[in-house]
Design a protein around this ligand. Structure first.
Ligand code: BG6
Length: 514
């Protein structure tokens, strides 16, 4: 009997190099009545099953406060699946899958609930030969983490026997600054080893995000150009037409910087700019990402004022509908000073990226949904075809993370005809048409990885800490400095405030149109 937190890892299957093979296990979702379970987690597990990748003996238990029978839980999930599953719902698959869904009602702080959970899981193990493997998914607010972890430990659910494993998946936010993240990680580490802690960032599970590494390191033509000698600047945009919906209280304590930049966009930036890892194991990849986050320039309050724009949406029109301003949203303070948009200019202070500006913007209530990275290469010398004053314009490589996932490259070409006229044209790769089938949802890939012990696409503790150090400088300048940069405003349905355009205009550049 092993009485320490399990140290599971699976070196043979680790990394992006091979398809993960999940091991049979019991999945337990804490917060099973929440939106994430209905919209993402169960549809993801169902689609893993539909693709034939979920071991037949894997069972899923929802743990939440509300009393409910297995049958009514299954019924609710069945309805949700019809709405949210990317492949719809096949009755044949659903019949088998739904029989493996269970519900366990308990307060999160009630020890009895965990003792009975342990007994249920043991019984399922015996029935199905799942060998004691457990995957706990904390789909709950951060205020619940500590209590659930302590109860799991008291009930011995973090302990394993005979080579089995117990892992925990933690949803963001991982703290609200470096100190709280540190305190949270300390608590987690008392119950689960770092190897068994999977901090989920669903952007890393997106197909195009994973393709950044493949494009860079499986092709010989890009890497020689991937540095300050050939790249002029980089733009990253994450735009969504949605407002804060029903998440007012969460968003009020977060804002766009903590909600999207500390995690998703920083992770994407790391994949884009890191050095080639020594191999494709989880730690080699994460070692390289960590170096990038550490090299992100930390800004003084004066630098924040010059390089970061924060803004909040006012009432406006999105998709032809009138929408409220942020301050009038449900459970948002009418005096709120929370940003729903951020744009900033940053630099990675290392050899490869010296002097290359990276512009990032993220916002809610934008006119369109779209996340993309645009790499602007330096222009050709100002002779021959580029001798005109206006210039030909740069080559631009674009990763469309979503929607319409793909990659395009803007190149200059001669327009057919007797005259010499040069025009930019696009070489375009679309996932949908090239591979003829929809990409799996991010949560499918990440759940599969967690079940197979591959942490490559999950954030490691030191990465999270380092990302907070970068964010904390900006938050500090906004909230603790005597002269903080003012909050700008933009009408819902616009591309953000004028100040964000000015940020690029000052460098002679403009934001790319999505
Ligand atoms: C979440 C944020 O992590 O990501 C949300 O909390 C945001 O505010 C969402 O809307 C965006 O995810 P996606 O996959 O729709 O781009």
């Amino acid at each position: 009997m092993n009485s320490t937190p399990s140290q599971s890892s699976n070196p043979l299957k680790e990394g992006l190099s091979s398809r993960p093979l999940p091991r049979p296990c019991n999945v337990v979702i804490f917060g099973a009545s929440g939106d994430l379970t209905y919209r993402k987690l169960i549809p993801a597990l169902y689609n893993i099953e539909a693709d034939g990748d979920l071991p037949a003996t894997t069972h899923i238990t929802g743990f939440a406060r509300r009393p409910k029978s297995d049958e009514s839980f299954q019924h609710e999930l069945g309805d949700a699946l019809s709405k949210f599953s990317r492949s719809g719902r096949s009755e044949e698959i659903w019949k088998d899958f739904s029989n493996r869904l269970h519900y366990h009602a308990s307060e999160f702080g009630n020890p009895e609930g965990y003792r009975t959970l342990a007994a249920r899981l043991d019984a399922l193990d015996k029935e199905n030969g799942t060998a004691g493997n457990r995957l706990f998914y904390l789909s709950v607010g951060p205020s619940e983490f500590e209590g659930i972890l302590a109860q799991l430990a008291d009930a011995g659910l973090n302990k394993t026997i005979d080579g089995a494993w117990a892992r925990v998946i933690v949803e963001k936010p991982f703290g609200r600054d470096r100190d709280t993240a540190h305190a949270l990680n300390e608590k987690v580490s008392k119950v689960f080893a770092e190897n068994d802690t999977y901090r989920i960032d669903h952007y890393l599970g997106k197909e195009t995000a994973q393709n950044i590494m493949v494009l860079r390191f499986a092709n010989s033509i890009f890497e020689p150009l991937w540095n300050h000698r050939y790249i002029d600047h980089i733009q990253i945009t994450a735009a969504e037409p949605m407002g804060v919906e029903a998440r007012g209280p969460y968003y009020e304590s977060s804002g766009a910087l903590r909600d999207m930049v500390q995690n998703h966009l920083t992770q994407i930036l790391c994949l884009l700019t890191m050095e080639p890892p020594a191999d494709l194991s989880a730690d080699s990849v994460r070692d390289e990402k960590l170096k990038v986050v550490r090299a992100l320039r930390k800004m003084s309050p004066e630098q924040v004022a010059r390089n970061v724009v924060r803004a909040q949406y006012a009432a406006g029109v999105v998709g032809g509908n009138d929408v409220l301003g942020y301050k009038s949203e449900d459970r948002v303070s009418p005096q709120s000073e929370t940003e729903t948009y951020v744009a900033y200019r940053t630099f990675i202070d290392n050899w490869r990226w010296d002097g290359v500006p990276i512009y990032v913007r993220v916002g809610k209530r934008m006119p369109k949904h779209g996340t993309e990275i645009a790499i602007y290469f330096k222009e050709t010398p100002g002779v021959l075809f580029n001798a005109q004053q206006a210039g030909l314009g740069p080559n631009v490589l674009v990763f469309r993370i979503q929607p319409d996932e793909g990659v395009s490259l803007l190149i200059q070409s001669k327009r057919p005809g007797a005259q010499l006229a040069i025009e930019p044209v696009k070489m375009d790769f679309h996932y949908k048409t090239s591979f003829g089938k929809p990409s799996p949802e991010a949560y499918e890939r990440l759940l599969l990885d967690a079940m197979s012990g591959d942490a490559t696409l999950f954030a490691r503790r030191d990465e999270v800490d380092a990302a907070w150090t970068f964010i904390d400088c900006i938050e500090h300048a906004w909230h603790n400095h005597p002269n903080p940069a003012p909050m700008a405003s933009y009408p819902a349905g616009s591309w953000g405030p004028k100040e964000a355009d000015d940020l690029l205009a000052a460098d002679g550049r403009v934001w790319r149109r999505l």
